[in-house]
Design a protein around this ligand. Structure first.
Ligand code: NAP
Length: 280
């Protein structure tokens, strides 16, 4: 194991992964459980109790899993409104003893697509509630969760973890305007900037905006089949040829985190790491 990887995965760690009940978040949680070697508290969130339980079962079914090495805490709840977010926070950080960990990791993964059936000109005041819920989940929630994470695992607490890593699961759409994806593009751009600000404010922390590529989850298929814009739908149909499985992109992310060589706050696309595959 390279020394950087050892430093990343070889210390006692608490890792919070939002949206771990399926897709990319589930794959990251499973990969983390395999890689951290010196004691891991994995704290997972999702709305669906059944799906989150399935993630836990998959982690426990792996031959490398040992309950003496990895503890799992599952917290169910909707991150898209203030009252349930409060309850999720209480569950996430309940009886948390920062002194037990050398490394604290937060993965702001949970996210949604928003309405892809409209161009910007089609939105009306009737969309206000949907817009508010969307931006609460995709922007307010990662901001508030990152804030809570930084205060609980403060670098000023000498007994707390000395190493802090914050990963945001972003998208090409955060840096590339895409017709019919106004909510998604705007949310991802805001999340990218939020995490860049965190990188500037918290020089001790390592912050990464990771774009996982087109990934074979319902979100990808929903853009492909549901976008009102023919160019966007056609681009997504073409990218079926290069679509990645959640496990693959999670593994590439985990290798990259282990190498620990990115500039904090950077937006890194999976294809920056592995190279762009041929489309034809
Ligand atoms: N798939 C892609 O091609 C792609 C590409 C670039 C970036 N991404 C990003 O990757 C991240 C994960 O996406 P995915 O493709 O894995 O999607 P997914 O399979 O739909 O998973 C989304 C996860 O977020 C959780 N979530 C959604 N709304 C929530 C809410 N209101 N409250 C709490 N949790 C909520 C879901 O939990 P429940 O199911 O339990 O509700 C689920 O665990 C997202 O940020 C997405 O934007 C995806």
């Amino acid at each position: 194991m390279a020394s950087e990887t050892k430093t990343f995965y070889g210390v006692s760690t608490v890792a919070i992964v939002t949206g771990a009940s399926k897709g990319i978040g589930r794959a990251i949680a499973i990969e983390f459980a395999k890689r951290f070697t010196e004691g891991l508290l994995l704290v997972l969130t999702g709305r669906s109790e059944k799906d989150l339980q399935e993630t836990v079962s998959l982690i426990q079914a792996d031959s490398s899993f040992s309950p003496s090495k990895t503890a799992i805490r599952s917290i169910y709840g909707d991150l898209a409104n203030q009252s349930s977010l409060q309850l999720v926070f209480e569950g996430l950080f309940k009886d948390m003893d920062p002194a037990k960990y050398d490394h604290a990791v937060l993965v702001n993964n949970a996210g949604s697509l928003g309405d892809v059936s409209k161009y910007v000109r089609d939105f009306t005041l009737d969309d206000m509630e949907g817009l508010q819920d969307y931006f609460f989940l995709n922007v307010n929630c990662p901001l508030l969760l990152t804030s809570k994470f930084l205060s609980v695992f403060s670098s000023k607490n000498e007994k707390g973890p000395s190493k802090h890593t914050i990963v945001q699961i972003t998208s090409l759409a955060g840096v590339q305007a895409t017709k019919s994806l106004s909510m998604y593009c705007t949310g991802k751009a805001a999340r990218d900037m939020l995490h860049k600000v965190v990188a500037a404010e918290e020089p001790h922390a390592r912050v990464l905006n990771y774009a996982p590529g087109p990934v074979d989850t319902p979100m990808f298929h929903h853009i492909k089949d549901g976008s009102v814009d023919p160019d966007t739908a056609s681009a997504m149909k073409k990218s079926v040829k290069i679509v990645l499985q959640p496990e693959k992109t999670a593994s590439i992310l985990c290798d990259f985190l282990g190498e620990d060589k990115y500039e904090s706050g950077a937006h890194v696309d999976v294809f920056d790491i592995i190279g762009l595959p041929k489309m034809d």
